[in-house]
Design a protein around this ligand. Sequence first.
Ligand SMILES: Nc1ncnc2c1ncn2[C@@H]1O[C@H](COP(=O)(O)OP(=O)(O)OP(=O)(O)O)[C@@H](O)[C@H]1O
Length: 235
Amino acid sequence: MNNTTTALVLKDVTLEYPDGQNNTVRALDNVSLSAVRGTVTGLAGPSGSGKSSLLAVAATLIPPTSGTVEVNGSDVGGLDDTGRARLRREEIGIVFQQPNLLPSLTAVEQLVAVAHLRGESTGPAAERAAELLGIVGLGGQASQRPHQLSGGQRQRVNIARALMGNPSLLLVDEPTAALDHERSASIMKLLREVTEEFKVATILVTHDVEFLPLADVVVRMRDGVLTHPAPVDTP
Ligand SMILES: Nc1ncnc2c1ncn2[C@@H]1O[C@H](COP(=O)(O)OP(=O)(O)OP(=O)(O)O)[C@@H](O)[C@H]1O
């Protein structure tokens, strides 16, 4: 691990998808963006503007058509599949809209399963998992399975799970889409707190402009083009 303070650098990233008719759809158009550890970057923009595509490229799940992606100092373009998978495991936490927890596992087991994938042994992993669940406010729910948790609690498990690998970059896609206002506000507050506590660079895609002021930087997308940092109170 390089431990740079800038966890993500996208330089002139363009992403084109085939449209199925010998043409392409340009989802990202010359996007340049960097994200610093300990800060939240809010990413807003209308449906279809390219926000999920940007997260997928940053997550190293989709290679860009052109441009470069650096995660914690490593040039992703120079890595093979194994190298990218390792980088993802070691540097990137992902929180999707739906928590996608495994129905048969307890909250603590959801987190320990991630550690097992990284080759860690159960004892220290269970200790770290319990600590993380405490931090996200679920100290008393460690033995509960997803169906015994509320939507907000499930999203908290999801966030704790994403932090389990000690990432430098946390990519969060519409984390409150399925939650009521009060739960949304507390999830956003939690994301702010863990960003500072774990010194992750958080990129937060949200439709909910009400929560954008909690971001340190707000960027907006339109038609694949990034509108560069705007004041957080810009409507
Ligand atoms: N797998 C794909 N194949 C072809 N086109 C795609 C694919 N995924 C996305 N697109 C297109 O790329 C553009 C950007 O889509 P993207 O999902 O990144 O936008 P978004 O801002 O995340 O939208 P939303 O807010 O609705 O999730 C859109 O025109 C979309 O139709």
